[in-house]
Write a protein that binds this ligand. Structure first.
Ligand SMILES: [Zn+2]
Length: 86
């Protein structure tokens, strides 16, 4: 039977680790394997950078929501027309 301590982490397991969800048995391998630690640290850095990118990037629909709150008088919006023509 293969000792799980000797198996390198799969990309899926590294992803789990970055989310803090890696089982303790696999975490033990990470603790003693410099190779996997290097990969895992690189992955975590990447995830952190991605998280920062998404935080600064406008959400989908952001412009639409802002525009909805700005009163832009347009001829096609009768309720925004001045009451001079009634
Ligand atoms: Zn390893």
């Amino acid at each position: 039977m293969t000792n799980p301590l000797l198996l390198h982490l799969t990309p899926e397991e590294i992803e789990l680790w970055a989310q803090g969800l890696l089982p303790a048995t696999r975490d033990a391998h990470l603790a003693q394997c410099a190779e996997c630690r290097a990969i895992a640290e690189r992955e975590r850095k990447l995830i952190r950078e991605l998280a920062q990118l998404t935080r600064f990037a406008p959400e989908f629909g952001f412009v639409e929501r802002v525009m909805a709150n700005v009163n832009v008088p347009t001829p096609s919006s009768p309720h925004l027309r001045p009451h001079t023509d009634s």
